[in-house]
Design a protein around this ligand. Structure first.
Ligand code: FES
Length: 106
């Protein structure tokens, strides 16, 4: 099963398996990764599922929608590699993807 390497806000690395088609949010929540609040439940309307992807994976992940870009402007200290975990759908090619959960979600 493919997996993600998630670094939670306490710098703990958690290996998270996922099914292709799941979002980062779904996989991380199932695995109990801390720090992702996801207050809107995955509706791209809260920006409290902010994660920072490892930049070496650029080009393998679908670009954010206009709505996601708008919501990321409300995230705390967004970076060029910031994404909303509820908006990134995973596939087999993302096996080994590393990401950090934002230290603060609001
Ligand atoms: S869960 Fe609210 S924007 Fe992702």
């Amino acid at each position: 099963m493919p997996q993600l390497n998630c670094i939670d806000p306490r710098e703990q690395v958690i290996e998270v398996t996922f099914d292709p088609g799941e979002t980062i949010l779904q996989a991380a929540h199932r695995a109990g990764v801390g720090g992702i609040l996801a207050e809107c439940g995955g509706g791209c309307s809260c920006a409290t599922c902010h994660v920072i992807l490892d930049g070496t994976w650029d080009g393998t992940i679908v670009e954010p929608s206009t709505q996601e870009v708008d919501m990321l402007s409300f995230a705390v200290n967004p970076t060029p590699h910031s994404r909303l975990a509820c908006q990134v759908e995973l596939s087999d090619k993302h096996d080994g993807l590393s990401l950090s959960v934002a230290k603060r979600q609001y």
